[in-house]
Ligand binder design. Sequence first.
Ligand SMILES: [Zn+2]
Length: 315
Amino acid sequence: MVRDPHSYGNAHEVCPSHLALQLTLNFTQRRMDGRCDLTLTWSQPDATYIDLDTRDLTITAVTDGENRPLNYELGSPHPFMGSRLRVHLPERQETVRVVYHTHPDAAALQWLTPAQTTSQRLPFLFTQSQAILARTWLPCMDSPGVRTTFDAVINVPPGMTAVMGAHHETHEPEQGRFCFTMPYAIPAYLIALAAGELAFRAISDRAGVYAEPAVLDRAAWECADMDHMIRTAEALYGPYRWGRWDTIILPPSFPFGGMENPMLTFATPTILAGDRSLVSLMAHELAHSWSGNLVTNATWGDFWLNEGFTIVDCT
Ligand SMILES: [Zn+2]
């Protein structure tokens, strides 16, 4: 395994293969509170610790799966690498549980006030984990070469909807409780969450659009060709392996054109041109379902492998 210069992880010894997240979103304090249970896969049976990436996380406990405390050290913070979390493993643990909360300025988390949304009724949150920002909202091995499945329980304030790039399980919206599973192993930079006043419109039986209710009609019209795009890409590259392909049109502060989060592309509202002239961005993000999300650069030193095959050549 290639050693990733942007991760503290010792994946060549022991690494997470599944994450179980339980997070409560606190919009007043602009923070997430919760825990992450990491299921471990061992390749060096005599390893004595696991090193995880964190940045600006406040760790309140580290235990095994039975809540028995484990010794750990949080390293001094590096400006962009964050702090190494070393958890000592006296036995060959199956699970490490990290209880923590995020910092109000966590780099992956954009907390929007109601005034920054279209309806101006509720606040909004979205994540942007690429390239090495997942570590600002969950402890993980934040390297594109380390892939995990995950499940998540996300608690939000009344009236809000949470969405993730994952299968939706049984939600309890009246309790503000949303449940997800991601059966396909993905790198941490592709774990994505959004929450706010959201509505959904199906485009086909495997494609659809999330947006603020006031934006949904325009969003669905602009994205009407999503299923056609999937079929065109499948003819070029083979079956679409991720089940659904949904898109969420985010509020205007989303800093990118699009982000290829698996099963749920995050997109800027600037693609809503009214004439479908800018939906090539959607084709680019869909292309990542093969190049980038299925076949991923091992480290960010080879980012060209991710983006090089997804660029639309308009010449
Ligand atoms: Zn791209």
